[in-house]
Design a protein around this ligand. Structure first.
Ligand SMILES: Cc1ncc(COP(=O)(O)O)c(C=O)c1O
Length: 398
């Protein structure tokens, strides 16, 4: 009945596949008819430790028995411990807790504006983001997003946002002037097609922001928490932002968002300037604390790098075999396989065929297959998926 009830009673804003899932364990999901799937999407880069990781489940259930919510009018230990751990493992000095990625980005946008307003620079409120970027679905974050389809029907948008092409430092240089408070970007564009920043680009952006006194915001909602082989993707580029946003994998599936900032950037907010009822509940932060301690272990991150390299190598062998494959790209275990436009194949064809064979993958921008498996995925599971992709590309399965 779930399918019918969902179709009849839930807003029809999502295209859904298959039967209802009733169980998840590690890299496996099982539907209500007992069919098992290997998950190469992890709830869209959320369940980085796999489904129902025992240590996270224990942290959630212990906390659920102890204290779930009291509001931010009071102190709680899990929130304090998570803020301390996040700042110790990053460039940041302070954390604001939210409930989702869009909400964390909304906080970052507000902080950047208020930082300059408080200094008396009232005309410094513009924010530059990248074309093809994705920052969320609230009014400010969809305005920040560099994709027209996300904005469709929601005009008028917020004032003061413009977009420049990603990986083009000259375009950014010409856009940044004394009306710009912040540059905001993903170190690897996720929804835009899995497009990593070019090796020197982030350092050039950092330099430009330093030269002009502009705040730099990294949206690591998809790329953070080990997804790209370092705890935060920007760490591999050796460049630090002033503000960073996290969500998705931070608590492995319990809703949470976070905005991290340097002490200086954080001075844009003071008592009462921003708030949210559920931000940083004991339940969500206890889960995140457990997730952070597992993912930040060097051996865990080394394994993500190795597994990601292996996965890309296997996919590259498909590219050498089939001209239908245009490019394999990504970082760590955020991987994109772009199909040639003249291949006659769409990403959706692959998603559907893989699903029939028990593999969950994702298609974005029509021509890109996105793989974001739990970071505990094994080589054998990668080989199994690559064999399916191979047979689909060879045409045997069409
Ligand atoms: C880079 C990035 N920013 C922001 C968001 C929005 O996060 P949420 O869906 O939790 O609001 C997403 C979600 O896909 C994302 O990938």
């Amino acid at each position: 009945m779930s399918v019918k009830h969902t179709q009849d009673h839930v807003f029809q804003t999502y295209m859904r596949q298959g039967r209802p899932f009733i169980k998840g364990e590690g890299t496996r999901l099982t539907d209500d008819q007992g069919k098992a799937f290997t998950d190469f999407l992890a709830g869209i880069a959320v369940c980085n430790l796999g489904h129902c990781h025992p240590a996270v489940t224990r942290a959630i259930s212990d906390q659920a028995k102890t204290l779930v919510h009291v509001s931010n009018l009071f102190y709680t230990n899990p929130q304090a411990d998570l803020a301390k751990a996040l700042t110790e493992k990053s460039f940041a000095d302070r954390v604001f807790f939210a409930n989702s990625g869009a909400e964390a980005n909304e906080a970052a946008i507000k902080l950047a504006r208020r930082y300059f307003q408080r200094k008396g620079e009232k005309s410094r409120y513009r924010i530059i983001t990248m074309t093809q970027s994705f920052h969320g679905r609230t009014m400010a974050t969809l305005t920040a997003t560099g994709q027209d389809k996300i904005k469709d029907g929601f005009y008028p948008l917020l004032e003061g946002f413009s977009h420049v092409p990603f990986n083009d430092i000259e375009a950014l240089r010409s856009a940044v002037d004394d009306t710009v408070c912040a540059v905001m970007m993903e170190p690897v564009q996720g929804e835009g097609g899995v497009i990593p920043a070019a090796p020197d680009y982030l350092a050039q952006v950092r330099q430009l922001c330093d030269d002009t006194g502009t705040l730099l915001i990294f949206d690591e909602i998809q790329t953070g928490m080990g997804r790209c082989g370092t705890l935060f993707a920007h760490q591999a580029y050796d460049v630090a932002p002033d503000i960073m946003t996290l969500a998705k994998a931070l608590a492995n599936g319990i809703p949470i968002g976070a905005m991290l900032a340097t002490q200086d950037a954080a001075s844009g907010f003071d008592y009462g300037s921003h708030a949210t009822t559920f931000g940083g509940t004991p339940l969500a932060t206890a889960a995140a604390l457990e997730v952070l301690s597992i993912i930040s272990a060097p051996e865990f991150l080394d394994n993500v790098v190795k597994t990601g390299d292996y996965f890309r190598t296997q996919l590259r062998s498909l590219k050498e075999k089939y001209p239908k494959v245009k490019e394999i790209r990504g970082k760590g275990l955020l991987i994109g396989m772009e199909l040639n436009t003249n291949s006659g194949l769409s990403a959706g064809d692959f998603v559907g065929e893989c699903f029939k064979k028990g593999f969950i993958i994702n298609g974005i921008q029509d021509k890109v297959l996105r793989f974001a498996p739990p970071l505990i995925i094994e080589k054998q599971e990668i080989d199994n998926l690559v064999a399916v992709l191979d047979s689909l590309l060879s045409g045997e399965d069409h």
